[in-house]
Design a protein around this ligand. Sequence first.
Ligand code: HDD
Length: 689
Amino acid sequence: MTDLKTSTGNGGETHQQASGDAPVLTTNHGVPVSDNQNSLRSGERGPTLLEDFVLREKIFHFDHERIPERIVHARGSGAHGVFEATDDISDLSMAAVFTKGEKTEVFVRFSTVAGGAGSVDTPRDVRGFAVKFYTREGNWDLVGNNIPVFFIQDAIKFPDLIHAVKMEADRAYPQAGSAHDTFWDWASLMPESTHMQLWAMSDRTLPRSLRMMEGFGVHTFKLVNAEGKASFVKFHWKPRLGIQSTIWDEALKLQAADNDYHRRDLWESIDTGAFPEWDLGIQVFDQAFADAQPYDVLDATKLIPEEDVPVRIIGTMTLNRNVDNFFAETEQVAFLPTNIVPGVDFSNDPLLQGRLFSYLDTQKSRLGTTNFHQIPINAPRCPMHNFQRDGMMQTQVPKGRANYEPNSLAAHGEDGGPRESLAGFATANAATGPDEQGDKLRIRAETFADHYSQARLFYRSQDAHEQAHIASSFVFELSKVGVLDQVPPRVVANLRNVDEDLAKRVADGLGIDLPKKAKAAKEPIDMAPSDALSIHKNMKPTLEGRSVGILIADGTDAAELDAVIKAVEAEKARAIIVAPKVGGAKLSDGTVRKADGQLAGSPSQIFDAVAIILSDAGCKALLKEGAAVQFAMDAFGHLKAIGASAAAKPLLDKAGVEADAGVTDLGKAFVAAAKHRFYDREPNVRTLA
Ligand code: HDD
C-alpha cells in the first residue's frame, strides 16, 4: 500500500514523503531524492547550480524521451493475447505453433500507414495487422495488412510509393491521407497499383473497429512438413465479430468526434472483458495449381479467390490483455518478416524478398541498437543462445570465453557454448518446385504483366452499394488533386481497363470527358466474381461488440429506458446513455440517471445504432439543441437504426428522418434493426457517383 505523508513547501507546492511501503523516489542511479519540486540553488533567489545532478538527470532523460517514429505505420495500437491451434496440420507444417491444442503467446499491433504517430485513427487508409507469435521454437512474425494485395510488385518501388502517399515534401500536408496530388500522380503512372487502388477506395479502408477487420499475410508463403515437403500458403485472419466498415461521411465525422476512436475501442473492449477474436485460416496449394492460374502466385498484387482455394481454419487468436506501457510495448515492438520458424518459409515473391532486408534495417534506426531483440516485448520466450556479442545497450552478461565456434573449450571443462541443430534445416532447403535460376537480370516475369483482371474481379464482386462507394471515393480523392490536371484523366484511363461503367461514373462525378483507354501491358480477362471479396455479402447481423447510444433528457420514461438497456445488453452490446448534461437527467419516476456522455461530445457517429427516448417536454427542449438534431440526422445519414419514443417524433422530423425499415419504435423491432445498416436508404440521403 502506498503511504504518503504530505507537506507543503515554501512555494505552496506539495511534497509527498515516502513512509511505510511506498517506494523511495530515486535518481536513475538509485540515490534518494529529497525534493522533486525545487532545483538546487545558491540562496533562495540565486542562480541554479550546475552540480544539481537530480535536475540535470531528470531534464536530460526527458529531452531524449522520443525515438524516431516508424517511416510507415507510425500510428498504431497494440495488445497481448494468445493463439490456440485448433486443427492438426502436421502433414503440411512441422511448426510447433500449429500443433493442435498448442497455446502460444502473441502480441498484435494494428496501424494506419500514412499518418504520423499522433495522427487520427479513422482516415481512409490501409490498416496494418502485425502479429508476433512467441513460439517455443522462436518468434514468428506475420506482418500483414487488412487488404490481401499490395500496391506494387517489387520492393524497389516501396520508397516511391511511400514518398508519394505521405504528406507532400515541401508543404508537409496532407496528414494521413492519399487524397492529394503526389499520391495520385504516382498511382496513375503505376498500372500495377490499380487492384489495390480499388481496395483502398472501398469501405475496407474505413473499418468500424480494429476488431472487425480481416487480416492477410498478403504474400504467398510456404509451409514445410517434417519430411521437408513444402506447400504454398496464404494466411487469413477472420474476425469473429464479422467484418464491418463505416461509410465515408461517418469516418470524416469520427475524426472530429474522437481522434482515438479505434485505439479507445480496442482498449475498452479488452478492459471490459469483451476480448476480440480472430480465426486463422490458410489457403494451401501446390505448384501445379500455381502453374494453372492466369496470374502469378508470387505477385503480391494478386489474391487467390476463396472460391478457388477455400480458407481452412486452423486456430484462434484472442486478445486478452492491454499493454502496461504504450512506449515500452507498442512503440518498441519490432516486427520482422524475417522472423519465421521451422515449418514456415518464404516464397520468391520479390516484394517479400525486399521486405526481408527493410525491417531488420529499420529497427536499428528506430531503436538505436542491434540489440533491440533484448527489449522485453521483442525477446523470444524460448531459450536463445549464440555467439553474437556486445553492441550498444547490451543487457546480457555472457560468461566465459566461448564467443566463437567451432571451439574445443568443453574438453577443458569450460562452457563451449551452443551448437547447431538440424531442426532448422528442413525449412531452409524446402523447395516447392524446380528452383528458378538463370542470368542476372533486372527484369519482371511476363506472368506479372496483367494489372487489371483482378481489379475487375474485385469491383464486380461488390454489391451495388459497394460499387457506388468505390466510384464516389475515386471522385472524392481525385477532386482533391490540385494543379496536376493530367492526373485524374490518367486514373480514369486506367479504370477503363477495369470496368467501363466505373470509369464513366468517375469521369461523370469529376465532370471530365471520358479519356482514351490506357494501353494495357496485357489485356484483362473476366474472372468469376468472388462473394468473399464483398463486405456486405459477409456482414454478420449482430449487435455483439457494438454500441448503442441512447439519447435521454429530463422527463424520459424510466421503464422504457431500462427496457432498451436490458435488450441491448442481452445482445452483448454496450448501452451508452447520452444526455444534455453529463450529470444526468431527471427521469419520469423522479430518479436521476447519470449519463455516460454529454450530448455535445457524444455525436451519433460513435455508435452503431441509436435510441432516442424523450418525453414531450424533453423533446421540445431538444428541438432547440443543434447537437440533438444532428444526433438524429447523422444516425439517419449514416444508415443506422433509429429507435424512438413517440414523443421524440418532432425531433426526428426536424432532423429529416424519414420512415423506413431502420426507423422503429423502442420494442423488439429496434434491437432487430440495430443489427443492420440500411444501405437502401443511402440514395435518399446523398448522391453517389
Ligand atoms: Fe511494411 C512496417 C505491412 C511492404 C517496409 N509494414 C509495416 C507494418 C506493417 C507492414 C503492418 C507495421 C509493423 C508494426 O506495427 O510495427 N508492409 C506491410 C505489408 C506489405 C509491406 C503487408 C506488403 C505486402 N513494407 C513493405 C515493403 C517495405 C516495407 C515492400 C520495404 C521495402 N514496413 C516497412 C518498414 C516498416 C514497415 C519501413 C516501418 C516500421 C517497421 O517496418 O518496423 O521497414
